[in-house]
Design a protein around this ligand. Structure first.
Ligand code: G4P
Length: 531
């Protein structure tokens, strides 16, 4: 098959949600449809239930997510690549980066809880990149919010136009089924057929008189009224608006009862974009270009301390990846080849000979890669959209074993290359400050430094609540700032200037005192979020 047809048959996406909305359950049902797993319960939830100190749980999570980081399967000759994202909020940064490697997302919302904190944050990242979004309102078998209110909440809180693609016939005890506004089909919900792969009773045409026999005359009347109303109230679905990231089609269902999931999957395969243009700083890359390009968006440490190898996850952006062919590692300015690139078909790892745009492959790495690295066939490229986010907790690394300084340095560098946390250096004395978005990260780092590098450290709290990147082209102001704020100045690994703020007020004051300054909450200045 040509590269073009391989691209056309690929859909690479992530399922995102606030924890507990049903992401794991939905993923599992999709994998069942793709015959990628044989039984329900095969996908482990990567939630960490313990909040702190449960190292084994953390390690388990890391172990599990190697195999579930990417789940690929074929459905109706379409290659579906699902990229997993951690559920725990302390790993949010990992999720943000994974979103740079997908072409679209499915957002799962709990029908009773509506838009929750993580939903909002994740959507912000999608909106930054105009990632096409489909929304799945889950748990319709439970009493939930009034649907119009929920739709309004989605539209307002997520800052996106919503368009019902299916509509729920009742909810909770009165949940009778779903109506598809575009196929005009009514699917009848039968709670006794939970987990069955049998298709539900489906009646084409909302005016078919037999529908009332299945869902009752009252439910049918309500449905008809509601359909009239929602057609007036919401934008009709538009493929181009969806693909541009301005309009999200909304689906309803119950992942647990496998109801509404097939509709979601089939519509997704029809409307979701195949791999498209990806922007690098230097130029735009088209997937059908002959030369391979790709970037590393995730690095996973090997759990076994005897095998220090890591797995670097490469998203292919253009061309065809071939095993044992030499590729150019642009940051290190060297050629590398890979004898055992891994694919994640049907949830099992296997060596792959070739891969295409949209695919994600695992490359064994002994420390060559860091997040954001690019592989090409000779061109120097830097992909956008793999930023570091403004950490909200900052702690100084205190070495507890002076004989292991080298190991500690190496460990801190490597772990921060993996994106576990961010490293900042403060002068004088080359003091290392680790910034994270969650508490749990410090425990992971401490544990891993000890177990993987033999280094001992503790973390000393700093009085800062935020690190923001700073730019200015006014040298005089910059010099003054460096002197006046010396205690709150640091540099990231790329030597970018970073300001540690003790509170929001400090940023406000700094902005007023130094009008030429720009403060950013992501390391990617060009299209990042200004504060
Ligand atoms: P997450 O990955 O988004 O965190 O959510 P997950 O799928 O683990 O689902 C969270 C809880 O919600 C699970 O229950 C799951 O069984 C339940 N759930 C998912 N989809 C539906 C649905 O359509 N209807 C109903 N009623 N419940 C649903 P749990 O008790 O927390 O976990 P478990 O012990 O059942 O695994």
């Amino acid at each position: 098959m040509s590269i073009k047809s391989e691209i056309k048959r690929r859909r690479t996406f992530a399922i995102i949600s606030h924890p507990d909305a049903g992401k794991t359950t939905l993923t599992e049902k999709l994998l069942l449809f793709g015959n990628a797993i044989l039984t329900a319960g095969a996908v482990k939830s990567n939630k960490i239930k313990a909040t702190t100190s449960d190292f084994m749980e953390i390690e388990k999570q890391r172990g599990i997510s190697v195999s579930t980081s990417v789940m690929a399967f074929d459905y109706n000759n379409i290659r579906v690549n699902i990229l997993d994202t951690p559920g725990h909020k302390d790993f949010a940064e990992d999720t943000y980066r994974t979103l740079s490697a997908v072409d679209s997302v499915i957002l799962v919302v709990d029908s009773a809880k509506g838009v929750e904190e993580q939903t909002r944050k994740l959507m912000q990242v999608c909106r930054m990149r105009n990632t096409p979004v489909m929304i799945f309102v889950n748990k319709m078998d439970r009493e939930g919010l009034y649907l119009y209110d929920l739709m309004e909440e989605l539209e307002k809180e997520l800052d996106i136009a919503v368009s019902p693609y299916t509509w729920s016939i009742g909810a909770g005890n009165r949940f009778k089924g779903l109506y598809n506004l575009y196929t005009d089909e009514v699917q009848v919900y039968d709670p006794s057929k939970k987990d069955s792969s049998e298709k539900p009773v489906t009646i084409k045409d909302i005016n078919d008189s037999t529908i009332a026999d299945h869902i009752g005359a009252d439910s049918l009347k309500t449905l008809k009224d509601e359909v009239e109303f929602i057609k007036d109230m919401f934008e009709p679905f538009s493929l181009s608006l969806y693909r541009e990231g301005y309009l999200a089609p909304v689906f309803f269902g119950s992942a647990l009862n496998n109801f509404g999931v097939l509709d979601l999957l089939e519509t997704f395969l029809e409307i979701a974009p195949h791999p498209g243009t990806i922007e690098a700083i230097e130029r735009k890359i088209q997937p059908e270009e002959e030369a391979l390009t790709g970037f590393i968006f995730k690095i996973h440490a090997n759990l076994d301390p005897n095998h220090r190898d890591r797995i670097a996850f490469l998203r292919i952006c253009s061309g065809k990846f071939e095993r044992n062919k030499f590729y150019f590692h642009t940051r290190q300015d060297k050629k590398m080849r890979f004898s055992s690139p891994t694919s994640f078909m049907a949830n099992a790892k296997s060596i792959v000979d070739e891969a295409y745009p949209g695919d994600v492959i695992g490359l064994y790495d002994s420390g060559n890669f860091k997040i954001g690295d690019t592989l090409t066939e000779g061109e120097t490229l830097h992909f956008k959209g793999i930023p570091s986010f403004s950490p909200e907790i900052l702690r100084e690394v205190i070495n507890m074993d002076p004989f292991k300084t080298k190991q500690l340095d190496k460990g801190v560098r490597q772990l921060t290359d993996e994106g576990v946390a961010q490293l900042f250096i403060q002068q004088p004395g080359n003091r290392k400050v680790i910034g994270t978005v969650g508490e749990l990260q410090y425990e992971v780092i401490k544990f891993r430094l000890e177990h993987e590098y033999g280094a001992k450290c503790r973390f000393s709290p700093l009085p800062f609540i935020k690190a923001t990147w700073v730019t200015s082209d006014n040298k005089k102001e910059l010099d003054e700032f460096l002197v006046r704020k010396s205690g709150a100045i640091a540099y990231d690994k790329e030597n970018n200037l970073v300001f540690f703020a003790e509170n929001e007020w400090m940023i406000k004051i700094a902005k007023e005192t130094f009008p030429s300054f720009r403060f950013y909450t992501t390391s990617e200045f060009k299209d990042s979020l200004k504060v």
